[in-house]
Design a protein around this ligand. Structure first.
Ligand code: 3PG
Length: 384
């Protein structure tokens, strides 16, 4: 998939997205992981000297951890020796790179440890970041394969094309091709939107609300919808607000007020006290409730096209709602699309095959932005 690029002996900076679901503190080999392993293998087979940049989690969250354990997973999966490097600049970086044989691979530490990384700056501004300038000097080319983070204008995503000859990686290219088809073909269907980042969903809702049949909200977006409708969700409302997961409250309020018949919120939730109607909830919530899952599954079964992004709840321990929805989607013979780092990893976990769906994207926020017609800074940085 990297045809036409001469990689033999080249020092390649590869931006992947190894932001993996964590279980008991350990990263899990998700679909996303498997796809990136293929890219790493391809680069190695073609004789590139590769250093991999990735993030994991965000500062302040439980999944913001070192990539050391990821190194072991890649080694296990590829059988290649994968070295680990903590330095993002300086002599050590250069020495390590010079010492790499053709086909050699090094994984660098979580790039979000760098304070510049997370700033939402233009490519030109990120191109001036010290680490970007210094690191770029050491490489021959930059490959961005991280489609799932291409919606962020962050240093490792947009800064390097300012200095290095840059290419889209195989995962990136495949996702663009599939998501472009969805952009054209998805019409008058159902959007099932969950996960934990309501702010990532505003664009897709705004872009599609006029043309879709229904939007079914679960996960944190569903709960935010309930809070806006006046259901105090007790402990869970506090939890959501403490984590700033309510940052899109105003946009969600406008949408719910304007389109009351189109946007569905849960009628019941699975909580620490059992299955409860939404007006009874005070304790912690885990998932959509049984009645909601049945209702959503019925709507999905009767639709010609379904796009799901994000699980319906805390699926690691409370998977019932998400499982019921995935089951209904897998049985639908129309256009069925799944997006979201977590959702895609659930396909295998719940015993489905990728062929049970029209497309399974490894991306979440980037996927919804792209299919709703928005530009992605990471792609523009390369195209420009
Ligand atoms: C994702 O999993 O959606 C990407 O890795 C981006 O992560 P972020 O939302 O923390 O930027």
């Amino acid at each position: 998939m990297l045809d036409g690029v001469d990689l033999e002996g080249k020092k390649v900076l590869l931006r992947t997205d190894l932001n993996l679901p964590m279980r008991d503190g350990e990263p899990q080999k998700s679909l996303r992981f498997k796809r990136y392993v293929e890219t790493i293998e391809e680069l190695s087979e073609k004789g590139a000297r590769t250093m991999i940049l990735s993030h994991q989690g965000r500062p302040g969250r439980k999944d913001f951890v070192s990539l050391r354990a990821h190194r072991e997973l890649i080694e296990e999966e590829t059988g290649l020796e994968i070295n680990f490097l903590q330095a993002f600049m300086g002599e050590k970086l250069g020495e390590r790179l010079d010492a790499l044989d053709n086909g050699g691979v090094v994984l660098m530490e979580n790039v979000r440890l760098l304070s510049e990384e997370l700033k939402n700056f233009s490519p030109e501004k990120h191109g001036k970041d010290l680490y970007v300038r210094e690191m770029a000097k050491k490489f021959d080319l930059y490959i961005n394969d991280a489609f799932s983070v291409a919606h962020r204008s962050q240093a490792s995503v947009v800064g390097f094309p300012q200095h290095l000859e840059s290419f889209k990686g195989p995962v990136m290219k495949e996702e663009i091709e599939n998501c472009s088809k969805i952009r054209e073909e998805f019409d008058n269907g159902v959007l099932v939107l969950g996960g934990e980042k309501p702010s990532d969903l505003v664009g897709i809702i705004q872009a599609n609300i006029g043309s879709v049949e229904k939007i079914l909200l679960g996960g944190i977006p569903g709960e935010l919808g309930l809070i806006i409708k006046g259901y105090g969700l007790g402990k869970k409302e506090k939890w959501i607000r403490e984590r700033d997961l309510d940052s899109a409250e105003e946009e969600f309020r406008d949408l719910l007020e304007q389109w009351p018949g189109k946007i569905e919120t849960p009628v019941d939730l699975a909580t620490e006290e059992g299955n409860q109607k939404v007006n009874e909830v005070q304790g912690m919530t885990w998932d959509i409730g049984e009645e909601t899952a049945d209702k959503y599954a019925e709507i999905i079964s009767g639709s010609d096209a379904v796009l799901m992004k994000g699980p319906m709840g805390a699926f690691e321990k409370h998977a019932e709602g998400t499982e019921k929805i995935l089951d209904a989607i897998s049985k639908n013979n129309g256009l069925t699309v799944l997006g979201g780092g977590h959702t895609s990893s659930l396909v295998k976990e719940f015993g489905y095959s990728l062929d049970d769906f029209s497309h399974v994207s490894i991306a979440g926020g980037a996927f919804v932005k792209y299919v709703s017609g928005q530009n992605l800074p990471g792609l523009e940085a390369i195209d420009n």
